[in-house]
Design a protein around this ligand. Structure first.
Ligand code: TXA
Ligand code: MG
Length: 347
């Protein structure tokens, strides 16, 4: 067991920066806030440090990590080429919740890239993440700071639940803003391709680079022949302990169906992921409001906290309303489908 320290960056910024940089430079693990979710960081150029990330998360080591940087100039030593679309996307969206995949340079260890010849890089916009990355001046490999398979952490408390005893330091920067992971775009095969949807939508990318494709594996098409290009997308993910079932259909049919389940199974055993617009209409059940249907940003922001909060209840099944897959809704539905492990009911 490691004695995990927690430091609030706003209480003592100088100390937080010094501690984090020292741990990273000596091969240790530090969790830190970003604008999307908390990351579990290690020196991305140190194969041994990357190995520790997989161990702390209990994550399969074929699942590559994202390198986090403070300045755009840090990209060129890590990659073989930055093409035109890459330059345009970096200029338009960095710092911000966009990860770009480039052909990797030799200095990036295969342990970091899960054996791939490509490398994922992002420059976060969270002010505290930027300060930490600027101080250490190393590319920091960081997956989300949750145990593998669990919902990504959006507060330092979530990180503590999963990582206490496993890592050296948690930098507490309060709740994150966006709440779902960065959009991932592959630049290595012609037309830029979205491998994971996020806050930066296809429409936003297309205003900058023209045509953008979407990896068909993203929306959880049930087809054994489709292999996602982002290896992480093939695992069941983002899941609370009780199984989640996603219910799609007209709103009144969805509410009626879930109310029937509550009647049949008992009020304390059914969890419901509801919205501002619908939450009053459930009769019993452990009802959690995820946000407003007219504000997908609120839904994304609350998503992982709501999923995690069911672990403190005795529910044995969770029913979730579903959302439109337009724009940012695609990122939210992608996470909900993964939390549901493809358990979906169409009414
Ligand atoms: O918002 C985020 O991206 C957060 C914060 C901490 O920055 N990080 C994050 O990392 O979500 P992680 O490890 O949970 O997800 C990384 C995803 C995985 O699905 C992985 O397979 C994919 O990125 N990935 C990484 N490198 C790749 C590569 N070279 N080619 C294809 N997919 C890659
Ligand atoms: Mg993750």
């Amino acid at each position: 067991m490691i004695d995990t320290k927690l430091i609030k960056m706003e209480d003592n910024e100088a100390l937080a920066l010094e501690m984090a940089a020292k741990i990273w430079k000596t091969g240790g693990l530090v969790a830190f806030p970003t604008e999307t979710v908390y990351g579990l960081g290690a020196n991305g150029l140190d194969a041994q440090a990357a190995t520790k990330i997989y161990a702390a998360k209990g994550r399969p080591s074929d699942n590559p990590l994202i390198l986090h940087i403070a300045q755009k100039e840090q990209v060129s030593p890590l990659v073989r080429e930055i093409n035109k679309a890459g330059k345009q996307l970096m200029d338009a969206f960095w710092p911000g919740p966009l990860t770009l995949i480039f052909p990797k340079a030799d200095c990036v260890p295969y342990k970091t890239t899960g054996g791939l010849d490509t490398v994922a890089i992002r420059m976060p916009s969270h002010p505290q993440a930027r300060k930490l990355l600027k101080e250490v001046q190393l590319p920091i490999a960081a997956p989300s700071a949750n145990l593998s398979g669990r919902p990504s952490p959006t507060t330092a408390e979530h990180v503590w639940e999963d990582m206490n005893g496993r890592i050296e330091l948690i930098v507490d920067g309060g709740a994150v803003g966006i709440g779902v992971e960065s959009t991932i775009v592959d630049l290595t095969e012609g037309i830029p391709t979205i491998l994971r949807p996020g806050y930066i939508t296809k429409e936003m990318l297309e205003t900058v680079v023209g045509e953008v494709k979407i990896d068909p594996a993203i929306m959880g098409v049930l087809c054994p022949d489709i292999h996602p290009k982002a290896p992480g997308m093939k695992y069941r993910h983002y899941a609370p302990k009780a199984p989640v079932t996603l219910v799609e259909g007209k709103m009144d049919a969805v509410i009626r169906f879930i109310n029937e389940q509550i009647q049949e199974r008992g009020v304390n055993t059914v969890g419901v992921i509801a919205t501002e617009e619908t939450k009053e209409q459930y009769q019993g059940g452990i009802v959690k409001c995820i946000g407003s249907r007219s504000d997908m940003e609120s839904v994304a922001h609350n998503l992982y906290d709501v999923l995690r909060s069911f672990d403190a209840t005795n529910v044995s099944i969770i029913y979730s309303e579903s959302f439109s897959e337009e724009k940012f809704g695609q990122a939210v539905m992608n996470r909900l489908k993964k939390a549901a492990g493809q358990q979906m009911i169409h009414l």
